[in-house]
Design a protein. Structure first.
Length: 292
């Protein structure tokens, strides 16, 4: 059995650790609320963009816009894969799951003979692929936990240019899909070519738009905005997912620290009790020896 002095030292150490994990849990909870609000605020704009483009879309117009160009089956030769991870850890398997999803997607594409250009956002993803000695087409660590539409535009602008020029056949994003604070599974989203969701449009009457100057000019502005918004949503959902995972991990660490403290305190009390009993026995034995 450990000595009481050693047990007291371990108890103080775990108490200090529990204070840190509890503080981190509270900070993550506060930041999660703000990040979750940004996710919710981004969805109506994305839905309105998709609805407007869907109402303007026609096969004749699609032929004139490179962002709507759908590659033929088996014609995909080069794909840009954008992986979004966090800059920090202490969030359980959050970053590891995103990296695993990216590796799975890379293996699937390369098995089909597709060349993959890997673009990574976040220190954790960059660090892993550097360790794996895989070349990165680009890397960003400056976006942090408050991504903006400007960040998304900076990331996707060169990819849109390459897609329009024909040097890229598709652009995919691996991110954390934010379903709730405890459900943030990794997902892969195809942002280029633009494929509009059909769900919810059946049975709805098309809007009676007055187009000025023309459908071509409007689509020319809306399509890049739609692609940028898709990447912006991936950034904010990953940020919210990170704080949800960090809050869960820190709460689990705090609870585990409490369980360890309970066990150490019981062990300390038993050790202290045994020590006191031994001291009493020694005193009694010494008194009897003096009397005898």
């Amino acid at each position: 059995m450990a000595k009481p002095r050693e047990l007291r030292r371990r108890i103080r150490s775990i108490q200090n650790t529990r204070k840190i994990t509890k503080t981190m849990e509270l900070v993550a909870t506060s930041k999660l609320k703000r990040a979750q609000d940004r996710v919710v605020a981004a969805r109506p704009y994305a839905a309105a963009l998709a609805e407007a483009i869907g109402d303007l879309y026609s096969p004749a117009l699609a032929e004139r816009f490179a962002l709507l160009r759908q590659p033929a089956a088996g014609a995909i030769k080069r794909v840009a894969l954008v992986l979004i991870t966090a800059n920090r850890g202490l969030c359980g398997a959050f970053n590891a799951n995103l990296i695993r999803e990216a590796r799975r997607r890379i293996q699937t594409l390369e098995a089909d003979g597709v060349t993959v250009d890997l673009h990574v956002v976040g220190k954790k993803g960059i660090g892993f692929f550097r360790f794996a000695r895989r070349a990165l087409a680009s890397q960003r660590i400056d976006i942090g936990d408050r991504p903006t539409a400007a960040h998304a535009a900076e990331l996707v602008a060169p990819l849109m240019q390459a897609f329009e020029a024909g040097t890229l056949d598709a652009v995919e994003v691996v991110f954390a899909k934010f379903n709730s604070a405890i459900s943030t599974p990794p997902a892969t989203l195809v942002v280029l070519p633009v494929t509009l969701p059909d769900a919810g449009r059946s049975g709805r009457q098309p809007a009676n738009y007055i187009l000025q100057p023309s459908a071509d000019a409007i689509l020319a502005r809306l399509l890049p905005l739609y692609v940028e918004n898709q990447l912006f949503r991936a950034l904010v959902e990953t940020t919210a997912g990170f704080y949800g995972a960090q809050r869960t991990a820190m709460k689990s660490a705090t609870d585990n620290a409490g369980d360890i403290l309970d066990g150490l305190r019981r062990t300390y009390n038993r050790a202290r009790q045994a020590q006191i009993t031994q001291e009493i026995a020694e005193i009694v034995g010494g008194a009897e020896a003096l009397q005898g």
